[in-house]
Design a protein around this ligand. Structure first.
Ligand SMILES: [Zn+2]
Length: 415
């Protein structure tokens, strides 16, 4: 908890110490890294500063999928934990069906849980508060929940929006932790009678991109602040907003987050691919893993005083950026902002089918005007510099993924 207030320089030193021991551990006990490092001639003693990270090759999902068992540490304690099933595991999310299970040693997972708690506390949460989680797994109460500590209710993603609203007004949670598009959809349809019953202190969004306008709609409706969190199943919590909302504080005491273009570091403020190293999970080390998301790092300091550095913005999955015929990429958040500012559109998803074709599925208000379809086309056309053929299709519902997420913007075109 205290580490977040350390000075940037102290945190850099801490990161370096963690990184150096991680490389040593990986070299000595993890077959994939042992072979890789030997092949390219890296020895643990060659790591003399954080800058030496650039000498380690970037790791892609395919590398992990093709060499899965070689990523598990052969250290005796981890072999014992594996045989006794004493670990926490999480299957990576992925729409392409290519998934692997990340294994966390329980100490590393406890550390990550504390880091998660500090992000909640930064949003005003206190352990006696009641929190509602929108989640794909069945609810499970832990012993401390029964003593009024970290009271958590799980809301299944299988419920309809109306059922979720009924459950929220019944539970009256003080904090709501939801996938961004789901709480946005609720904000669009909830009525004042139900709103009066809920009145949360804050809403935490995660799991999907949150655009400026989505945030505004949720905040205006629920009359509280939204705190966006960035996480992944490979790394758990990566970055989160404090009450200054000047970016996302990176958990630099458990991760190294790099932002790269063509494998080179981009300058602060520039868009790049996020490449992450988990510093504390020795069971299944992921070093310089390309997580498949795009983001922007910032070198500004947050006025809250935390030393944890900032991600200025997270733009979502690299594969899902709409690519224009002139090879420019369209920012998914700008697309979402256009679609969420058209009042008649309750829910939507946009799919780029080919290099020239876009389909936009929209759930519309009952008495919508025909002109709304033309307006949608026109505004998107402007954003895409009239380079794409756009089809707007009214539908009854937008199908959610297995884990309750909706890809608001999806591209099927290979980049
Ligand atoms: Zn801050």
């Amino acid at each position: 908890m205290k580490q977040q207030w350390m000075k940037e320089k102290e945190l850099n030193n801490l990161q370096f110490r963690y990184f150096k021991s991680l490389v040593k551990h990986a070299y000595n006990t993890v077959p994939y890294y042992h072979n890789k490092f030997r092949k390219i001639g890296i020895k643990p003693k060659d790591i003399k500063s954080l800058k030496d990270i650039k000498n380690i090759p970037i790791l892609y999902k395919e590398d992990v999928l093709n060499n899965y068992s070689d990523f598990i540490s052969k250290d005796k304690q981890y072999e014992w934990m594996l045989s006794k099933k004493r670990f926490f595991s999480e299957v990576t999310s992925g729409s392409s069906g290519k998934q692997f299970t990340t294994i966390f040693d329980l100490r590393a997972y406890d550390y990550l849980s504390i880091i998660h708690l500090r992000a909640l506390i930064a949003a005003g949460y206190r352990p006696h508060n009641k929190i509602a989680y929108y989640w794909y797994k069945p609810s499970e109460k832990k012993p401390h929940n029964f003593f009024g500590f970290m009271r958590t209710d799980y809301i299944s993603c299988k419920l309809s929006l109306t059922e979720q609203i009924a459950l929220l007004s019944n539970l009256k949670p003080e904090f709501i932790n939801y996938f961004s598009s789901s709480i946005y959809s609720i904000a669009r349809i909830i009525d004042n009678k139900e709103l009066k019953k809920i009145q949360p202190k804050a809403i935490i969004t995660h799991g999907e991109v949150l655009s400026k306008n989505m945030r505004k709609v949720i905040e205006d409706k629920f009359n509280c602040k939204v705190f966006d969190h960035y996480a992944s199943n490979e790394f758990n919590k990566i970055a989160w907003e404090c009450n200054k909302h000047s970016g996302y504080h990176i958990n630099t005491d458990s991760l190294i987050v790099e932002c790269l273009h063509n494998k080179e570091q981009v300058s602060s403020g520039e868009l790049g691919n996020l490449v992450i190293t988990a510093l504390t999970n020795y069971f299944f080390p992921l070093i310089r893993y390309d997580i498949g998301d795009k983001g922007i790092l910032s070198n500004e300091k947050c006025s809250c005083g935390r030393g944890l550095s900032l991600l200025k913005d997270i733009k979502g999955c690299s594969e899902d950026f709409v690519i224009l015929p002139d090879k420019q990429l369209a920012d998914p958040k700008e697309i979402i902002d256009i679609l969420t500012t058209i009042e008649e559109i309750k829910r939507f998803n946009l799919i780029q089918k080919t290099r020239k074709k876009i389909n936009v599925n929209v759930v519309l208000e009952k008495n919508f005007l025909d002109s709304v379809i033309e307006i949608t086309k026109e505004r998107l056309s402007n954003l895409f510099s009239n380079q794409l053929e756009i089809k707007v299709i009214p539908v009854d519902e937008i199908k959610k993924g297995a884990r309750g997420k909706i890809k608001l913007v999806k591209s099927l075109v290979k980049k």
